[in-house]
Write a new protein. Structure first.
Length: 783
């Protein structure tokens, strides 16, 4: 890679103040992110580099000097591309796509070392706000800028001209054959193809083959026979425009007041963050959809981030009811074609509203006016591999760079967000009551010490009784257990052996329906062995503990007449299955729902009045910094599914530890008091949000290599006022996917910028190729 010669360049403008002590929205311009348009000034600069040179950032996940960009030359006869343009350039022996980046090319680089830009792609240039965002995320997470850029260029085909995809259409001969004209060699397959085609309507080959149930070879044969001919596919339909004036529900007074505040913020077309807090079922969604409407009136784009877009069929229905059409959608399961069309529509400003998963933050919105982060407390917003970032925090940054409003929505906001709201850095609006006549459900703890389930069972007598009553009234009940599969562990009764994953520090989970043992960390799966792999005893293996499958088995015995449905990520494989399950529940085709956390999220079922939590203590083990906070959030959310319509709801929490503050907070429904205590527990030790954390995760297939690097990092650890390094220590998941893992944790006072410290620290330790060091700034998982 001889292009890596450039050495100078501007480092990203990193504002380490942005979190926590960020200046308020009306801060003077000087505190804002770098202003756009600096590249334009380059040409006018008297001592600037030779003209016709540009810096090009490539989507490569490697560290490159010069701020992550390479220098290239624009050929004499070609126009100078605008900064942000997507260009094709040579790199080594290949051609790559990149983005013309801001900043000065290296004037000392000899002309002979430069290679020419091959061409400019016909796509809207990447806007300054997105370029600044890419730099900011890279600087904050310590990821190479190219790795972040890669997320913003996730659909390279979208950079090519639209409408160029090739497909097939009927030829004149094909139309004749379709009409039954003789003289064409017909087979059953060819006939089926003709049946699915319409004259004058080109279609993609894969689509035709799929619908006709033939292979694409049949299409090639038909083309040779002259029955079909190649044709360009029409440009995919642009996205419908949601209508802000479409009649929506009439907001009640407290909703209207909150909505008004959000609308004012959107109309100000400036950066600002608001926490929209409100109990489950209080109508938060309708309130923020009103802000979306205002954003549409302003002619700007709106982005809604949901933690589980695949589970959001009901949300999409509500959106359609409010705006008369569906929004654009972005998640990992989109087909290639739709992905491309969506990326392009966003870039051209033709998708006014997009709802998506965290990666949607990196889409090329030319004029983003509003970002909603629904269920902002959800850990699903944290990306844990590749570029490790928290989409909720980065949404705030994205909004700032786009001069947009950001709304963080939750019934149980994270302590980070609450603290920002209390400190006045975020505005806050609150909906304290449920919509309509629905009250909040009554929460009771069932003390398992006093009334345990029968031996080998998991549903206690009082919970059985409550379910029986509920079902007898014709209402629906739900059993919640946040664990997939049948049993979390398999034990040999003869020798005490427990079956572990060969690649991870984890027990294998029994999935009885598939007769397999599975690792939930690496995906390893094996058949359930007929005898103990350790001592060879036959019939000695026993399932220990429950998963949802086992609860369902028990429920089948206890409530044989109830129509049961299990909802877990492996039984509900995708958006269509989730939508179908939701429909069945809402249509009362299900009496008893049994599910993992996927049933906790956002659903609204009118007839569900009882929620039974099988193991309320589950999330509290492990001693993670946020274990209690997260358990309260999850159990509160799952409780919120009960009694959302007229009939009152009831929640029963099975616990061995009813005095635990988490259970008490849920019973008294006093989450603010719980969070205040949580804050007071973290403040003295300087734990987040009162201090900063960054984790280093050292991993290698060679245990000794991992240990050596971990030890060296420990020895080179930074010190000083307000800085502390914990570890190295084996990670709780000491082995993951065959890699040995060690952790170090940097803890720093809030006023310490951790990124420079981390950079310096890492530069002092040599890391061999066999070892990887991941940096996790603001870690959420401590595994
Ligand atoms: P949250 O997001 O706070 O849990 P939702 O926005 O889902 O609450 O609202 C709960 C229920 O109340 C939904 O079925 C919603 O359609 C209904 N709802 C909320 N606000 C209104 C309103 N102003 N008019 C009619 N129905 C409403
Ligand atoms: Zn594993």
């Amino acid at each position: 890679m001889d292009e890596a010669e450039s050495t100078t360049g501007t480092a990203p403008a990193f504002d380490e103040d942005l979190f926590g002590e960020a200046p308020p929205a009306d801060a003077p311009e000087g505190n804002r992110a770098q202003a756009p348009g600096r590249a334009r000034r380059r040409a006018a600069s008297p001592k600037g580099p030779p003209a016709r040179r540009v810096r090009v950032m490539l989507p490569l996940p490697i560290e490159i000097p010069n701020g992550g960009a390479y220098d290239y030359r624009i050929p004499q006869d070609a126009p100078l591309p605008e900064t942000g343009s997507f260009v094709a350039v040579p790199l080594g022996g290949r051609e790559m796509l990149g983005v013309v980046w801001d900043g000065e090319p290296d004037p000392n680089l000899a002309e002979g070392r430069l290679r020419d830009v091959i061409g400019v792609l016909p796509a809207p240039p990447m806007r300054p706000a997105l370029r600044r965002f890419v730099e900011w995320v890279a600087a904050y997470t310590l990821a190479p800028p190219g790795a972040v850029l890669r997320m913003a260029m996730s659909v390279p085909s979208a950079l090519e001209p639209a409408g160029q995809q090739a497909g097939w259409r009927l030829s004149a001969a094909g139309q004749a054959a379709q009409g039954g004209a003789p003289g064409y060699r017909m087979t059953v397959h060819r006939r089926r193809v003709l049946d699915v085609m319409e004259p004058g309507e080109p279609r993609a080959g894969a689509e035709i083959a799929d619908e006709a149930g033939v292979s694409t070879a049949v299409l090639r044969g038909m083309a040779e026979a002259g029955l079909i001919e190649p044709a360009l596919l029409p440009r995919p339909r642009s996205f419908p425009r949601p209508d802000p004036e479409h009649p929506g529900p009439v907001l009640r007074e407290e909703q209207a007041e909150s909505a008004e505040k959000l609308r004012t913020s959107v109309a100000a077309r400036a950066y600002g963050v608001t926490l929209l807090q409100g109990v489950t079922g209080s109508g938060k969604t309708e309130v923020y959809l009103d802000a979306v409407a205002e954003c549409l009136r302003q002619g700007r784009q709106a982005l809604v981030l949901l933690p589980e877009i695949a589970l959001s069929s009901q949300w999409l229905d509500r959106f359609r009811a409010r705006f008369g059409c569906a929004p654009a959608i972005w998640h990992s399961e989109l087909s290639g074609r739709l992905r491309r069309a969506t990326w392009r529509a966003v870039a051209e400003g033709e998708a006014p509203v997009l709802v998506g998963a965290r990666s949607a933050l990196f889409l090329p919105f030319p004029d983003l006016g509003l970002i909603i982060v629904d269920e902002e407390h959800e850990t699903a917003f944290k990306q844990e591999d590749g570029v490790i970032y928290h989409a909720r925090d980065m949404a705030v940054v994205r909004a700032r760079m786009a001069e947009a409003t950001c709304v963080l929505v939750s019934a149980t906001p994270s302590l980070e967000t609450l603290t920002n709201a209390e400190g006045g850095r975020y505005a806050a609006v609150n909906l304290p009551r449920r919509h309509g006549s629905a009250g909040l459900p009554e929460v009771t703890v069932l003390d398992l010490r006093k009334g345990p389930p029968e031996r080998g069972r998991f549903i206690s007598p009082p919970l059985i009784e409550a379910i029986t009553e509920t079902l007898a009234r014709g209402e629906q009940a739900m059993l919640f257990l946040n664990r997939r599969g049948y049993a979390p562990m398999t034990l040999c009764r003869a020798c005490g052996h427990r079956i572990r994953c060969p690649n991870c520090t984890a027990w294998l989970v029994e999935h009885r329906a598939q007769r397999r043992l599975q690792c939930h960390h690496c995906g390893h799966a094996e058949p359930i062995p007929p005898f103990c792999p350790e001592c060879g005893a036959e019939g000695s293996l026993t399932a220990i503990g429950p998963g949802v499958e086992r609860v369902q088995e028990e429920a089948a015995v206890l409530f044989p007449d109830a129509r049961r449905l299990v909802m877990a990520s492996d039984t509900i494989p995708g958006p269509a299955a989730a939508a179908e399950a939701a429909r069945q529940i809402q249509d009362r085709q299900v009496d008893l729902l049994i599910g993992t956390q996927i049933v906790a999220k956002g659903w609204h079922f009118d007839h569900l009045t009882l929620v039974g939590v099988v193991d309320a203590d589950l999330g509290l083990a492990g001693g993670d910094l946020r274990a209690a906070e997260r358990t309260v959030q999850l159990l509160h959310q799952v409780s919120g599914r009960a009694g959302r319509a007229e009939s009152p709801g009831r929640v029963l929490l099975q616990s061995w530890n009813p005095e635990h503050p988490v259970m008490q907070a849920l019973v008294s429904n006093d989450l603010p008091a719980f969070m205040a205590e949580e804050a007071e527990a973290r403040r003295p030790g300087g734990w987040p949000p009162f201090g900063r954390l960054a984790a280093l995760i050292v991993s290698s297939e060679e245990e000794r290599a991992a240990d050596r690097v971990a030890r060296d990092l420990g020895l080179a650890a930074p010190g000083g006022e307000g800085i502390q390094v914990l570890g190295p220590a084996p990670a709780p998941l000491a082995m993951l996917r065959g890699r040995h893992r060690r952790r170090l944790l940097l803890k720093a006072r809030r006023d310490v910028a951790v990124q420079p410290l981390l950079r310096e620290w890492l530069s002092r330790v040599e890391v061999p190729n066999a070892v990887r060091v991941q940096v996790d700034v603001d870690p959420v998982s401590f595994l």
